[in-house]
Ligand binder design. Structure first.
Ligand code: PHE
Length: 341
């Protein structure tokens, strides 16, 4: 029996050191120490020993068992350590490898111009307002004093969203005049940039969606002189200090008197050239004194308060500033174009 026990010890220990996986190791344990294992089988023969031999063999058997158990534990620990080392090696991070370059977006030239304009107005004490592109006809037309039969109300010009012509895609940013007065009351000094929509065919100067910047000032004692002074100051900030302007009478339902503002062509100095289409002047905005009916409709007494409003096209400004010849380039989002600015 002694030989059997020694043989088990030797075989078990070598099997343990050869087990390279957790399951191989477990198989070795079952083979030698399990209920039907080899050591157990030997112990079952204890009964056939003499009383003198029994304690000696019992002690040896215990030694073998504990030697095998210790070896099993040690090998299990070794395997775990090896697994961890392999995992760590597999996850090594080389911090010296150059990073992947991430693609950073590019500011659109039109927003460059818009940010400049916002800055000019903020410096003059104006607030920036944002408003809905889906608008009520009431705000887009009626409260702006546009008569029921005004051509701009026509379905051929405006994108209506309901059969009863009550909801539409705003055709101008002027409804923001009404919203500003209704929401904040007087005094008020605000600009409101945003998208507007008209049923225009796309060409070099037209798009069914474009951007306007609305402006509104209402306070006591505001006159046409404030309108001219403010707009001249803004235009000279945008186009340069020596820019010549011209205020031409015009008509808008919501301003009285109304005007359009031209700048003298900076290309030809007013002589007439392709840039100004031979006119010598380039139209840059519409403006006027807020109509008393509009003020009254917003709960403001026109006997006490007066104001001026203006609206300009943002695309046209950007095209002038960056010498962009075709409006379509602004909306096509061709990176080759956008990256030039
Ligand atoms: N809303 C007018 C347009 O789209 C421009 C405008 C705004 C005119 C404010 C006067 C005052 O043509």
């Amino acid at each position: 029996m002694k030989e059997q026990l020694e043989a088990i010890r030797a075989l078990a220990l070598s099997a343990i050191s050869g087990a390279e996986t957790g399951s191989a190791l477990e198989a070795v344990r079952v083979q030698y120490l399990g209920k039907k294992g080899e050591l157990t089988a030997v112990l079952k023969q204890m009964g056939s020993l003499t009383p003198q031999e029994r304690p000696v063999m019992g002690q040896l058997a215990n030694e073998v068992r504990s030697a095998v158990e210790t070896a099993l534990e040690a090998q299990a620990a070794r395997l775990a350590e090896k697994a961890l080392a392999e995992k760590l090696a597999g996850e090594t991070l080389d911090v010296t490898i150059p990073g992947k370059k991430c693609q950073v977006g590019h500011k659109h030239p039109m927003y460059t111009v818009l940010d400049e304009i916002k800055e000019i107005f903020i410096n003059m004490g104006f607030e920036i307002m944002d408003g809905p592109e889906i608008e009520q006809a009431d705000y887009n037309f009626t409260k702006l004093n546009a008569p029921e039969n005004h051509p701009s109300r026509d379905w051929t010009d405006t994108f209506y969203l309901t059969e009863d012509s009550s909801i539409l895609l705003r055709s101008q940013t002027s409804p923001m005049q009404i919203r500003a007065m209704e929401t904040y009351g007087v005094p008020i000094r605000m600009i409101s940039p945003g998208r507007v929509y008209r049923k225009d065919e796309v060409d070099a100067t037209h798009s069914p969606m474009f951007h306007q910047i609305e402006g509104l000032v209402v306070d006591k004692g505001i006159t046409m002189a404030d309108l001219k002074g403010t707009l001249n100051a803004v235009i000279r900030e945008i186009y340069g200090p020596n820019t010549v302007t011209r205020f031409r009478p015009h008509h808008f339902p919501f301003t009285e008197p109304s005007c359009e503002v031209d700048i003298q062509c900076h290309k030809c100095g007013g002589a007439g050239c392709p840039t100004c289409k031979g006119e010598g002047w380039i139209e840059v905005l519409g403006a006027g004194m807020v109509h008393p009916k509009v003020l009254r409709g917003c709960g403001i007494d026109p006997e006490v308060y007066s104001g001026f409003a203006f609206g300009m096209g943002l695309e046209r400004l950007a095209m002038g500033q960056f010498k962009i010849s075709d409006l379509r380039l602004i909306f096509e989002n061709d990176a080759r174009f956008l990256e030039q600015f």
